[in-house]
Design a protein around this ligand. Structure first.
Ligand code: FAD
Length: 511
């Protein structure tokens, strides 16, 4: 049996039959099996938008090439006596616990938020009636921040090929769409993610893993270089190894860790707003047409280095999606974006942020503790502006002019927009950089300034980073790992999950 990989150019709405007929034509064979290896949309020429598809073909009529071995994760099983406590059921915490359980450890996953079904109802109640639930919101609850998201699995992290494949295969086995294995820009969709997260929990429990919901780790206790116990409202939990994956929204958890001697440093991060546009405007700008059969909705990614060398960029774009109230705490306002698998909503949104170092934001910011306090206060000031969970917003045109016309366009944001001078609600360095970047974006995407900026977008990355090694082991400790987005080394579902897996693999090797 021979194997060959070939590259095909196929129309936006190609079918399996069309792909097979192209394979037959290119290779001159009629009996074969084939599978897509990778697929990306090429929209550089608006008159010729097409898919670039790499196909792996197996046939007795082919000679030569052997199938290229795929990177895979080695998880050696043996019954182990050590107990591992994992904090947080987001991608980093879940995958860490799952891999450790597969390897034979005795793991307990502790999650402050609710199970996914209840969490979905709590979020719906927040969006319908403005009743905020501290245990069930866009940041906290089963599956972490990634559950009610677009479920984009893109990541620029290097050296995670084996982890990436393991994560995609685990998601597919739990019900995620199969094409996430080969699409250049894979996404699961919030509707699918909720089912996937519940299926993964059952799989983890079937392996013998324990999961505790609505249980917050409030403190930890060290003896020398080892953590021995974690405290929750219902009592202490002893463990041999502690893997913490709290995400970057859990302010009190960060403070507790700082108090207990876990060392952090300041790092660059980004703040700004969500930019929202009509999806048809983005489709037209990217493809030259408002609809393209076979492709769900156009994406974009924009970047500008800025006059002051302060980067401005779009991030986490959600085609056909919704801007959501993603605050983790009451009386605070942050926004983020999500979409369902069909990506068929009327709006497109993306974070539009300026990169900053925390010390640029206020003269009193000297330590990681200060940076988190500043950020928390900024998030609260957005709530204070509207006095409710409606989001302070202005059009991009008004932001550029620094003058409000008092008119806001229709939006997907469920809790309403409030006209606000966003240019005076963020530090001047951020506003200046954003103005420069938005002016450039308007030249790149026709009609970009027609969009609306919805605040506050403060969660693209963390302003602090723990001091740890590449496996996540914290400086000064022998059994404490801090992983995922909260560690300051990962961002997004894929890289956070991979970071959690790397810690698990290091623990397997060490014990
Ligand atoms: C609305 C939204 C949309 C997003 N869309 C995307 C996307 O499309 N693609 C993408 O790659 N990324 C997306 N992100 C970002 C992505 O979700 C995060 O990067 C990722 O979830 C980080 O994973 P994590 O496991 O490190 O942390 P998290 O997912 O934040 O999980 C941390 C978990 O720890 C729990 N926890 C915190 N403190 C404690 C404590 N003291 N005790 C017990 N439990 C605790 C929290 O409840 C939470 O469940 C989105 C985020 C949001 C909010």
């Amino acid at each position: 049996m021979g194997f060959k990989q070939i590259d095909l150019i196929l129309p936006p709405d190609f079918s399996d039959a069309m792909m097979r007929s192209e394979v037959a034509k290119v290779l001159g064979i009629s009996e074969f099996t084939c599978q897509i290896v990778s697929q990306s949309l090429d929209a550089r020429k608006k008159s010729f938008v097409h898919w670039l598809v790499r196909v792996g073909v197996c046939s007795e009529h082919l000679s030569g090439d052997a199938e290229i071995p795929k990177p895979s994760l080695k998880i050696p099983y043996k019954k182990r006596k050590q107990k591992v406590l994992v904090l947080g059921s987001g991608p980093a915490g879940f995958f860490s616990a799952y891999v450790l359980q597969l390897a034979g450890f005795n793991t307990v996953l502790v999650e402050r938020g609710s199970m996914v079904d209840l969490r979905a109802r709590q979020i719906a109640q927040f969006e319908d009636k403005g009743v905020f639930h501290p245990q069930g919101n866009y940041a906290f609850g089963e599956g972490g921040a990634g559950t009610f998201s677009d479920g984009k699995l893109t990541s620029r992290s290097k050296h995670i090929s084996a982890e990436r494949r393991f994560i995609a295969e685990t998601y597919i086995a739990a019900g995620a769409p199969k094409e996430i294995a080969w699409l250049a820009h894979p996404h699961i969709g919030s509707d699918n993610l909720q089912k996937v997260v519940a299926a993964l929990r059952l799989e983890y429990q079937n392996l013998g893993g324990t999961i505790l919901f609505e249980t917050r780790i409030e403190d930890i206790q060290a003896e020398g270089r080892n953590i021995v116990e974690a405290y929750t409202a219902s009592g202490a939990i002893k463990s041999n190894i502690f893997v913490l994956a709290p995400g970057h929204s859990a302010y009190e958890t960060y403070r507790m860790l700082m108090k207990r001697g876990v060392a952090f440093r300041l790092k660059n991060f980004a703040i700004g707003s969500r930019a929202e546009h009509r999806q048809e405007l983005i489709n037209k700008a990217q493809w030259g047409v408002e609809r393209l059969p076979g492709v769900k909705a156009a994406e974009y990614r924009l970047a500008s280095s800025g006059k002051t060398n302060q980067p401005v960029y779009t991030f986490c774009m959600c085609p056909g999606g919704v801007v959501v109230p993603s605050t983790a705490y009451a009386l605070s306002n942050t926004v983020n974006g999500m979409s369902f698998y069909p990506r068929d909503g009327r709006f497109a949104n993306a974070a539009c942020v300026a990169g900053v170092h925390p010390t640029q934001l206020a003269p009193w910011i000297k330590t990681p503790y200060d940076a988190l306090l500043w950020l928390e206060q900024l998030e609260q000031s957005y709530f204070a502006f509207s006095g409710k969970y409606a989001a302070p917003s202005c059009t991009i045109a008004d932001f550029l002019k620094g003058k409000s016309r008092g008119r806001l366009p229709e939006s997907s944001f469920p809790l309403g927009l409030v006209d606000a001078p966003l240019w005076s609600m963020m530090p001047k360095a951020v506003v200046d950089a954003l103005r420069f970047g938005l002016t450039e974006f308007n030249l790149k995407v026709k009609g970009y300034s027609e969009g609306v900026l919805i605040g506050l977008e403060s969660k693209t990355s963390s302003p602090v980073q723990v001091i740890r090694d590449s496996s996540g082991l914290c400086e000064g400790f022998d059994n404490l790992y801090l992983v995922g987005e909260g560690s300051g080394y990962a961002g997004g579902i894929m890289s956070s999950a991979a970071d959690g897996i790397k810690a698990a693999i290091a623990i397997i090797a060490a014990y």
